[in-house]
Write a protein that binds this ligand. Sequence first.
Ligand code: HGY
Ligand code: MN
Ligand code: MN
Length: 418
Amino acid sequence: MNGNLRIDLDRLMGRIFRLGEIGALPGGGVKRLALSDEDKIGRDLVTEWMRDLGLAVSVDRIGNVWGIRPGAEDLAPVMIGSHIDSVATGGLYDGVLGVLAGLEIIERLNDAGIHTRHPLAVGFFTNEEGARFPPDMMGSGVNQGALDLDEMLTAVGIDGKTVGVELERIGYAGDVPPGTLRPACFLEIHVEQGPVLEEEGIEIGAVTGVQGISWTEFTVSGVSNHAGTTPMRLRHDAGIVSARIAAEARAIADDLGPPQVATVGVIEFGPGLVNVVPESARLTVDLRNTDDAVLKAAEARLRTAAECFAAAEGCGLEVRKLARFAPVPFDPDTVDLIARTAEALGHSVRRMPSGAGHDAQMFAPNCPTAMVFVPSKDGLSHNVKEFTAPEDIRAGADVLLQLALSRAGVVDNAGETS
Ligand code: HGY
Ligand code: MN
Ligand code: MN
């Protein structure tokens, strides 16, 4: 009976679109930066849905929220979670799918009167994106002991606000200490955010782990001067130094080849005027690789180059690490179960690493953890045009449903477990 259980796709899509109305951008997509007013409204909505489903809701000290459906036995919960904060040009599905598919599974089990041995938990984690307040995976990192609570509460955002003050402001500075939540296992469904599944015509990704992530901020200090009267030999141009650092980041990715990637997401000049030699520049570099040794070599090459460029131009250089996470493997048994479950449901599946960071990577060291990917149209994400076909969402959520039942154990009406 339970093997034939399927999610209610219309209900799930309805919640995805409803949440997508919060922080909706004029041309489509969403902007729900962590701890913003939009994030608060989204949190309030999802928390209301949790309560409507009868879940016991908890909020921890970094604002993570989870709801628990009791199990027949006093066991650690099987947890399904992700995030509902977005980047400034976010899509409807990044993170949201992982939370709302969890709520759909709860509602489906409620409808069917199915009870599980383990409690089931569904949660969303604070500031997974890290776009406003670096680092990313902040809430799940604190919750699972990878990041320090007090340090993260004092983290300053790109707008000068601090995490702790913003958490209080939106009413999500909870009282549950980090480490209270110790799930039996952690399962996350997420849009792939890349081109692989679509290019290969495959419906499900059984994610084997997350690649290493390195975020660095370079701040260059030079001397502002007149663009017309200052000979090139007398310049201390912070702008050209930052441009050379950016070019070097791309050269590193080109030289190393896949899977190395490099992104300069932010580059700002001061004063930023057409006829003034820049006195200051700030840029961020995001480097990633599945191999930590190669990633470290890439970081070292970039740092050395930045120091050379700054010295040659007679500029100062400050380097600040915004995020650094080593590659994380997921639980092989759970990855295998995802692949078997997908095949049993008649879906094509392939094993693959994740190019993006996810909350799951913070749980992986503490409990059996893995992820289910569904295809992203044109491989797009962190883009308002992010899209995943409803049928792909159905396939992924059905796999997640069976995965959760398998891990939580089903108690039939006679009290027998299966
Ligand atoms: O940056 C990432 O990989 C994630 O979207 N936070
Ligand atoms: Mn995400
Ligand atoms: Mn994202």
